[in-house]
Design a protein around this ligand. Structure first.
Ligand code: C2E
Ligand code: CA
Ligand code: CA
Length: 691
């Protein structure tokens, strides 16, 4: 740090006094010590001569008094006068002696401070009001590679970096105008003797009022090492260690800076937020080192596709952001977004293997008053919309996304409350044997009667519960409730199975297998009567760890179904890889039967393939007798849909089971008795069905 001791300041002042002397003299000497030594030499003879003179005067006076006293008594007054003169002379001699002593001490101190200035590693410069250098200490050679002499007469600002000059000027002007209390401090880049810029720190002290200095004294030191260290630290703080891209905080800073400096008339700033779609799977399958390599490749691809002035940042994990500064047209920005997407979709070669991960992109454009944080949030909302809309796409932010986000937040709070207020219930949609028309099972479906909004569809509830993690406690309740209910029907003699939907988050949450086992146990339900349905999309993205969970679930005796089959990647090859027992063909195929030939033949192919793989095939969403007939012809044995029954309240299921259920002894008769042995009201009143 800068030394601002009195010693230093005195050294400057003393040194400056030599400069003043040199100015008066004919020649400048770069060595101030020389002049000072001369002054000291001039004072010495005086010190010796004066006591001699005074001694002589006193001696003469004493002799005069003695003579006068002897010869003329009236001369006494003269003697007194001479005595006073002698006393004065003595005092003068003593004063002169003191001065000589002080002078010598001062000279010694001058010497001391001068050597400090000379030996100081800081460069000490004196300049006048106009910034013209009048003295420069020898340290300038070591620090900047200049000879002190060549500095004299140059303007300080000529050596300072153009970008820093204005600030330096402002600060020195403040000092000169008396605005700062005698000292200012600044940092600037100074050009050294080889033309390189050196980071420096200076303290300027106003010594213009000091007659021996008459100027501004600058104490300057090289802070390159410190600046380099600070630079490295700042880089670390603002960049991502893996990809070396700016991080979220630097991205936000740049965005803020850019938006602050823009007028409303200028074209908008574009922010793209990019998120890899299946990065986790790479991490899982090939390890974290491979995942890191992939992220680095990804960063390079993004950088390559944007202009030099644009910013690419890594926000976190597998999320990146791009700031486009000079894309005049929205269409241009969208082109960039599409190109990014295409580039990220291309396979990555990592550790000898190819990985395809894909990406989703959210785009937001700044308005006249958009803040940096708002713009980033907008782009992230658009990204979320892209993910929800099926990934691998670009979505542009629209204000509706904000309203949607607010609605979701409210819904989340409502779900939390509804869980403890027991507002949820279940309906059961029967699954039938298409040949006999008997009910062989039910699928539990969530229902929510919201006190204000009325019935809220599961397609609204489930995604919000998923995102917030609430699906884990909610899913546990669904499983418990459904198992309890179906176990009761089974105890009443109905041979039915239960299907429960399982979401991705539930699957990845810890403790799933244990939780399922304990629910089955306490409900008294055989594991073989339970099928867990997982949508095709979730299964395709499944990581190895989750796959092993599926295996454990099957080991419990639980069956697994692929739900909504045909809506995901429609690749049949992975069917062999997955530990599943049931394949549920999505309603979109069934509704096309007899209408769209390609859907009809695809349905037929899926049924055949499923059977070849030993899977039970269930057709979903059968609404027409013709669809049922066609499915039967294709060899599909099981189905569900409005043709047979909509999802039903538990009481209605009992009625249907009594009509079209299978009991342990065969088809249910109308004399079957179902007793609801639960204390809980849910499942309705005690149901007794008699003939
Ligand atoms: P899903 O698992 O495919 O459930 C079948 C959906 O199709 C149900 O919609 C059902 O009412 C409807 N459906 C059944 N037959 C027909 C038909 O013939 N025609 C038409 N148009 N629709 C039919 P719902 O109950 O609205 O559930 C929608 C989705 O919400 C479910 O699709 C499932 O993915 C999810 N879901 C429902 N309940 C739960 C749950 O308890 N847990 C989880 N994780 N997801 C659930
Ligand atoms: Ca389902
Ligand atoms: Ca389904």
């Amino acid at each position: 740090m800068l030394r601002r001791t009195g010693e230093h300041q005195q050294a400057n002042a003393l040194d400056r006094s030599d400069v003043a002397h040199q100015k008066e003299g004919v020649q400048r000497s770069p060595d101030p010590a020389h002049a000072s030594r001369r002054r000291a030499r001039r004072r010495l003879p005086l010190c010796v001569a004066l006591p001699v003179l005074v001694g002589a005067a006193v001696g003469a006076g004493v002799q005069l008094v003695a003579l006068a006293t002897v010869s003329r008594p009236g001369a006494a007054a003269l003697a007194v006068a001479v005595g006073v003169a002698a006393a004065l002379c003595v005092r003068l001699v003593l004063m002169l002696h003191d001065r000589a002593r002080l002078g010598a001490a001062l000279a010694a101190r001058e010497e001391h401070f001068r050597s400090l200035v000379q030996a100081s590693s800081d460069v000490i410069t004196v300049c006048d009001d106009d910034g013209v250098i009048t003295y420069c200490s020898p340290a300038v050679t070591g620090v900047f590679g200049y000879v002190p002499d060549e500095m004299l007469g140059r303007r300080i600002t000529d050596l300072i970096h153009l970008e820093d000059v204005r600030d330096v000027h402002r600060r020195i002007a403040g000092l000169v105008d008396g605005g700062s209390d005698g000292t200012v401090r600044f940092e600037c880049r100074v050009r050294d003797g080889r033309g390189n810029w050196v980071e420096t720190e200076s303290t300027v002290t106003d010594h213009r009022g000091n007659p021996s200095v008459q100027g501004l004294v600058l104490n300057t030191r090289d802070v390159s090492d410190r600046a380099a260290l600070e630079g490295r630290l700042s880089h670390l703080v603002h960049h991502d260690a893996l990809t070396d891209l700016p991080n979220r905080s630097l991205f936000r800073d740049r965005l803020r800076h850019l938006l602050d400096g823009r007028s409303a008339r200028e074209h908008p700033v574009t922010v793209l937020v990019v998120d890899l779609d299946r990065f986790k799977a790479v991490n899982e399958a090939a390890g974290h080192a491979a995942g890191d390599t992939l992220l680095m490749q990804c960063a390079r691809r993004l950088r390559r596709l944007v202009r030099g002035g644009d910013t690419v940042a890594r926000l976190d994990g597998d999320a990146f952001a791009v700031l486009l500064e000079d894309e005049d047209e929205r269409s241009g920005a969208l082109d960039v977004a599409q190109r990014l997407l295409d580039s990220l979709n291309a396979p990555y070669a990592v550790a000898g293997r190819e990985h395809v991960v894909g990406a989703s992109v959210g785009v937001a454009f700044s308005g006249p008053n958009t803040s940096a944080d708002e713009l980033l949030v907008d782009a992230e909302l658009a990204l979320r919309a892209a993910k929800r809309a099926g990934r691998n796409r670009v979505e542009v932010f629209v204000p509706e996304m904000h309203r949607e986000a607010v609605r979701r937040v409210e819904l989340e709070a409502d779900i939390r409350r509804a869980l403890s207020a027991s507002e949820f219930s279940l309906d059961y949609q029967p699954v039938l044997d298409l040949h006999s028309g008997y009910v062989v099972g039910v699928e539990a479906l969530l229902r929510w009667n919201h006190p204000r909004r009325g019935w809220v569809a599961p397609v609204e509830v489930i995604p919000v519960a998923e995102e917030s993690g609430l699906i884990v406690p909610l899913g546990r309740w669904i499983l418990e409730e459904a198992c309890r209910q179906v176990a009761r029907w089974r105890r009443a003699g109905f041979e039915i199975d239960l299907a429960v939907n399982l979401s991705a988050r539930q699957l990845s949450a810890p403790g799933l297998v244990d939780s399922v086992a304990s629910v089955l146990r306490s409900a008294g339900m055989p594991a073989s009567a339970l099928t867990l349905e997982i949508t095709e999309n979730v299964l395709v993205d499944t990581e190895d760890r989750t796959l092993s969970k599926l295996v454990l679930l099957r080991e419990l005796g639980v069956r697994l179904a692929i739900d909504d089959f045909g809506t995901g990647y429609s690749s049949l090859s992975y069917l062999q890889r997955l530990p599943v027992d049931v394949l549920k063909i999505d309603r979109s195929y069934i509704s096309g039967i007899g209408i769209k030939p390609e859907l009809t033949s695809l349905t037929s192919t899926i049924i055949r393939l499923g059977q070849e793989l030993g899977l039970t095939v269930v057709a979903e969403g059968i609404e027409e007798p013709a669809q049922r007939d066609a499915l039967l012809e294709m060899g599909c044995d099981l189905g569900q849909g409005f043709l047979f029954a909509e999802p039903l309240h538990a009481n209605d299921v009992v009625r249907l089971l009594t009509e079209r259920g299978l009991t342990v002894t065969g088809p249910a008769s109308r004399s079957a008795v179902v007793e609801d042995d639960d204390d809980d009201d849910r499942g309705a009143e005690v149901v007794r069905l008699r003939a």
